[in-house]
Design a protein around this ligand. Structure first.
Ligand code: IPM
Ligand code: MG
Length: 391
């Protein structure tokens, strides 16, 4: 068997240098952007792949509707961003083509449809997921995913670390030999402290009295160990909040333990555990089509559905029946992020009403249900008739 340890060591050295530089760069970042103080806010709208363009367009229409006065006055500008498609990414062999990245950087916040992720062995070139690349390129370090089931007393907010852990160098693993492959997990001090602080600040501001730190520090000792101890240290600054710590395996079990699960409130999770657990939680709420996701950085923020691009729906000609609810939830999070709190609450209420209460229009993903455009129109109508600004 042939192997070249020196080559593997050189590859590791390059990764260590790259990640050290990233860790240093985080320290130099200034304060987070205050959107309420901006004269103009640019909202980028990026359709993505599969059902993405349909659900993104309809969600952007709802946003334009709710923000009409600001759009008319020019304070809020919507900007369509083309080119974040799997075809274009493969043609340019880039997770995010340069011109698209430049466009993204000209926005303050982005509403993004799901993008298709090439997977090892699917015949597509090994380009990084556009999602993961965007989170890194715009340094969107926090992935915030709320899940609520009011009738069961469930009100969870997940703070998933979004740029590090198993994802930081996820497409740069090393094949040492034909028989040995290695991937790497990355934890930095600043990267961990900033996600922990965001989660504890959220807990404090929203009167949540418990924060749970999820980890597997009993096995993944170095990186998860560092993550856990740094989060706990940040937690000491919030004496009114109880901090507890859970291993990821038992967390997956406790989320389906009806007696215990309502005790959870705010979670802090390393990237991969956050990815897994938030799908589990969203499924309990009614499916991954029902939950939105905010990717927050100091300078930019991106809002997206938590589900994928569903290429099969497009192949079968069913994309116009796609469910926009996850994107609409993301749109509500976008509103609150740019300081439009009242509008955000109105949209959340209208969605709760349309999805769980009135249920006049049903989305099934097929002809027997309503179209995505019909559902968006129903939400807009509900906004006006039931949750108008004057109500
Ligand atoms: C998510 C998705 C992404 C992730 C994929 C599409 C790369 O599952 O946003 O949770 O793993 O983060
Ligand atoms: Mg996921």
């Amino acid at each position: 068997m042939s192997y070249d340890i020196e080559k593997a060591v050189a590859a590791f050295r390059a990764l260590a240098e790259e990640q050290q530089a990233r860790a240093e760069a985080i320290k130099l970042q200034g304060a987070a952007k205050d959107y309420t103080k901006l004269d103009k806010i640019v909202i980028g709208v990026c359709g993505g792949d599969g059902i993405g363009p349909v659900i993104t367009k309809e969600s952007a229409n709802v946003l334009k509707y709710i923000l009409k006065d600001d759009v008319d006055s020019g304070r809020i500008v919507f900007k369509d961003i083309e080119g974040l498609t799997i075809e274009n990414r493969v043609a340019q062999m880039k997770a995010i083509p340069d011109d698209v990245l430049e466009e993204l950087k000209s926005c303050d916040v982005i509403l993004k449809g799901p993008t298709t992720t090439p997977q090892a062995g699917d015949g597509r070139p090994n380009i990084e997921s556009a999602n993961v690349a965007m989170r890194k390129a715009l340094d969107l370090f926090a992935n915030v995913r709320p899940v609520k089931i009011p009738e069961q007393g469930i009100d969870w907010t997940f703070f998933r670390e979004n740029t590090e852990g198993a994802y930081a160098v996820g497409s740069k693993g090393v094949n040492v030999s034909d028989d040995l492959a290695m991937d790497f997990v990355v934890t930095t001090t600043e990267g961990t402290e900033r996600i922990a602080r965001l989660a504890y600040e959220f807990a404090r501001n929203n009167k949540k009295d418990r924060v749970s730190i999820i980890n597997k520090a009993n096995v993944i000792k170095t990186t998860d160990g560092k993550f856990l101890s740094l989060c706990k240290k940040v937690g000491e600054e919030y004496p009114e909040i109880t901090t507890d710590e859970w291993y990821i395996d038992i967390t997956t079990a406790k989320l389906i333990d009806e007696k215990r699960r309502r005790d959870f409130k705010v979670f802090i999770l390393p990237n991969l555990y956050g990815d897994i657990i938030t799908d589990e939680a969203a499924e309990m709420q009614g499916g991954v089509g029902t939950a939105g996701s905010a990717n927050i950085g100091k300078k930019y923020a991106m809002f997206e559905a938590i589900h994928g691009s569903a290429p099969r729906m497009v192949q079968e000609g069913r994309d116009k029946y796609a469910d926009p609810c996850s994107m609409l939830r993301a749109a509500a999070m976008l509103l609150s992020h740019i300081g439009k709190y009242e509008e955000s609450v109105r949209l959340e209420k209208a969605l709760d009403y349309c999805m769980f209460e009135d249920k006049k229009m049903k989305i099934t993903g097929r002809e027997d249900g309503c179209t995505c455009a019909d559902f968006a129109a129903y939400v807009m109508e509900t906004l006006t008739t039931k949750f108008g600004a004057e109500n």
